[in-house]
Design a binder for this molecule. Sequence first.
Ligand code: UT7
Length: 342
Amino acid sequence: MSIRPAALKREASAAAAGATVRSVIAGCGSYLPERIMTNHDLAKMVDTSDEWIVERTGIRHRHIAAEGENTSHLAVKASERALAAAGMKADVVDLIVLATATPDETFPATATRVQERLGIVRGAAFDVQAVCSGFIYALAVADNFLRLGQADTALVIGAETFSRILDWKDRSTCVLFGDGAGAVVLKAGQGRGLPTDRGVLTTKLHSDGRQHDLLYATGGVSSTRTAGVVRMDGPKVFKHAVERLAEVVEESLAGAGLTSADVDWVVPHQANRRIIDGVGKKLGLPAERVVVTVDHHANTSAASVPLALTEAVGDGRIQRDEVVVMEAMGGGFTWGAAVVRM
Ligand code: UT7
């Protein structure tokens, strides 16, 4: 990929001024499919109940994509809203990083479908796959492109149609997930140094392939020529999630030269209300500063963090200049966190 002259110029002037190039969140947007599936609907399909699901997960309902409504369709709608919130036209975008474990097709990347539908004819568009941690991974990748001057304006998207890879007869997994998409517009800007500047302050990513069997899909192009369905050892994943997420939040805050006392908002991956509360407690973060959407979104995998971020920005909770920590964990295992000054 060639380095564009504008990016080179910006990098040179930033270096001359001794400034840091930061990736600033210029806008965010989200989209949820129209159809809502309640716990009561699920109780008609598998041996479960609204009481069990609410008590064990905090989930009350989730959105399910319509037939023919694919991951790219959700992603395009979220991206259009993110661009509108940023006050930008699509043609300024020169990088699209889309996180998904449920792409439209085996290839090409769903990001290129989004690029085409948004009318963007330049720059690079590709997918990243880190399941539920996908948005944090995508944010880290885009942030690095922007800070290195390889792009100016990125769309970072988390979009999933997880309903397509659920075993609707397995009550231990099918009640947990939903469909949706969230996107942010990241714009390269110049800061003056920590800690007062806006933008992505740090990202920390991890993976541990030894934990594959605790959370995976039973198929794949190369192994079974099918997409497979989700399998999870819930209690074991739960235990890892609370520990790994608390660790990576602390690591990311330390990387930004901050402590939990500096955090205005936590936007966690929305897998289970009890995990969200457990991590918050471990870090000593006040519950009212943690954004929770799991009750009405369920676990939307890579879409969960940008969906929650968009909700809290949209209703005025998250304000400019506030410090937001995002975290997520998913199959692989993969996990990560990002600290952003909005
Ligand atoms: O996003 C990726 C990361 N994923 C996660 O973070 C998910 C992590 N895990 C969890 O959120 C929780 O472990 C679950 C919500 C998946 C399960 O909750 P749990 O409290 O760990 O329950 P459990 O799996 O230990 O099951 C308790 C009981 C079992 O019955 P017995 O053996 O005690 O008779 C299950 O068979 O609940 C039963 N059960 C259900 N009952 C009604 C499992 N699923 C259901 C269900 N409805 N849907």
